[in-house]
Design a protein around this ligand. Structure first.
Ligand code: ADP
Ligand code: MG
Length: 486
């Protein structure tokens, strides 16, 4: 049993009213999850202030309320604590509640604009699979065959620490996690002791949240600043931001990439419809492997993961064997149909990811590249014209459609994209209905072509202003190809 006073750090509380030495049964920031004995931490969110739900939390049995507001003047059956920083308090108190679990695990944080999910899954596999290494990210949290969904790529601190405690209990020695830049800005990973941080790539996504490129990069950088002298940074040496991160490091580091200077780099490599074959040069000797992952960017993800595993002491043979067995992550350069032509579903929803995807498939396609894509509504609008420019530069045929329109009018999003095409570009069609758009693209496909369906990847839903419907790119491809062949 933990007491409120042990959970509160020395300098965290500014003022309080009531008994601090009360037993706490859990740390909650969502009043709907509060039960008898919970400590409710009211967080100021983007849409609402958790303080508005204090009465509900108390009614559900909260024993203490922590917030940035001063305690009430009158007596109260619960204890009130005022803290300087609500999000910091949430992270610190949840960490103490679960006995600082990240210090008993080797925690590997993966950050970057693209490639996090794939790299996390790869590292987990190279470390011996989910019995040894737990994972947290866009695809959920999992260890030892146990999977549960997450709403956020990097969940809030209480969920993170609770999961770590469970993974430790199940015997995991490591945890590999996606660290989103939002989670860094919002103190979600503040109290996690990372032993490694991996930088995959950088580009201008999420500018709606961070405002400027500098803020966004600063957020990413803060993960690397947390590393001490006995920790490791794994850096994409091909990325222009690589040297800027290296400059800030107080820890050991290795670089990976195609460049001659990279510590881990391919001596030989080839890409085909079957995947990647390569021989990697590493400080521990060569790693020769064949992997079913498609495209050039996946060789970068493989190198990132191999670097991470190498500094954890995994042998080169174990790495080659695990790479050969590793299957594509759902919706990441994932084949949805292979026949006369290839249909690939991919989660690329930034200009950078889309460019890498198109370039990668240019290298392996014999025929035309036909691209189906859209852009999410109610999110960063600046990337729409950039995605359009990339599409018209690298694809032969484009079908502009809807992604998740959310609160916006699908036609307006499409218009933003079309306005970004190069003057004179006419090899495109627009079709707001994603099912019909996929049908159009498949009708255009001939032998040797590749149809790329980008943006939604593993998602099985589509979000509109007034409703969310079931929608799965893979299913639609099967349905349309089936009709065509019938
Ligand atoms: N190393 C990379 N560099 C650039 N783009 C990548 C890289 N790896 C994957 N991508 C692209 O980004 C998309 C998302 O990949 P994913 O592994 O889910 O990354 P994240 O979790 O960072 O969103 C992929 O579907 C692919 O199009
Ligand atoms: Mg992800």
């Amino acid at each position: 049993m933990k007491y409120l006073d042990e959970l509160l750090g020395k300098n965290e509380s500014l003022a309080w009213r009531g008994d601090l030495h009360v037993p706490v049964s859990g740390i909650e920031f969502d009043s709907r999850r509060v039960s008898r004995g919970s400590c409710y931490i009211a967080i100021r969110g983007f849409h609402q202030d958790g303080f508005a739900h204090v009465a509900a939390a108390i009614a559900s049995g909260a024993i203490a309320v922590v917030s940035v507001h001063p305690p009430p003047k009158e007596d109260s059956p619960v204890t009130w604590v005022q803290v300087k920083n609500d999000r910091r308090a949430l992270s610190a108190m949840a960490n103490r509640f679960f006995d600082d679990p990240s210090r008993r695990l080797q925690v590997i944080g993966v950050t970057g604009t693209n490639g996090k999910t794939t790299t996390v899954s790869l590292i987990q596999a190279l470390l011996g699979g989910s019995a040894h290494a737990a994972a947290i990210g866009t695809l959920g949290m999992n260890f030892a065959g146990n999977t549960r969904p997450t709403k956020l790529t990097t969940p809030e601190a209480p969920e993170l620490f609770a999961f770590m405690a469970e993974a430790l209990e199940a015997g995991c020695a490591s945890l590999v996690m996606e660290v989103s830049s939002a989670s860094l800005s919002l103190n979600r990973v503040e109290d996690i002791a990372f032993s490694q941080a991996v930088f995959t790539s950088f580009s201008g996504d999420h500018l709606d949240f961070h405002g400027t490129m500098e803020n966004y990069f600063e957020a990413k950088l803060s993960l690397f600043r947390k590393l001490g002298s006995d920790h490791w940074a794994i850096i994409n040496g091909d990325d222009p931001m690589g040297p800027l991160i290296i400059r800030e490091l107080d820890c050991r580091y290795v670089t990976f990439g195609f460049s001659e200077q990279a510590d881990i780099r391919p001596l030989k490599y080839g890409f085909s419809m079957e995947g990647v074959r390569a021989v990697l040069q590493t400080p521990r000797g060569k790693i020769e492997f064949q992997s079913p992952l498609l495209g050039r960017f996946n060789l970068l993800n493989i190198m990132a993961a191999a670097s991470s595993a190498l500094v954890r002491g995994i042998g080169t043979d174990q790495i080659s064997t695990a790479l050969a067995a590793f299957q594509p992550v759902r919706g990441r350069a994932n084949i949805a149909h292979a026949g006369d032509f290839l249909v690939v579903v991919d989660y690329a929803h930034t200009d950078d990811a889309l460019e890498n995807l198109l370039k990668a498939f240019r290298e392996i396609a014999h025929g035309k590249l036909i691209l189906v894509f859209g852009a999410g509504g109610s999110r960063d609008r600046t990337k729409r014209p950039r995605m359009a420019q990339v599409a018209c530069r690298y694809a032969d045929q484009v079908v502009v459609t809807s992604d998740n329109p959310r609160q916006e009018d699908p036609q307006a999003i499409i218009a933003d994209i079309v306005a970004g095409f190069a003057p004179g570009f006419s090899a495109y069609r627009t079709e707001p209905d994603r099912r019909a758009a996929i049908g159009l693209a498949l009708d255009m496909a001939a032998k040797g072509d590749v149809v790329l369906i980008a943006g939604k990847g593993h998602e099985d839903y589509q979000i509109f202003k007034d409703r969310t419907i079931h929608f799965d790119d893979f299913e639609v491809v099967r349905e349309k190809v089936g009709k065509r062949d019938a």
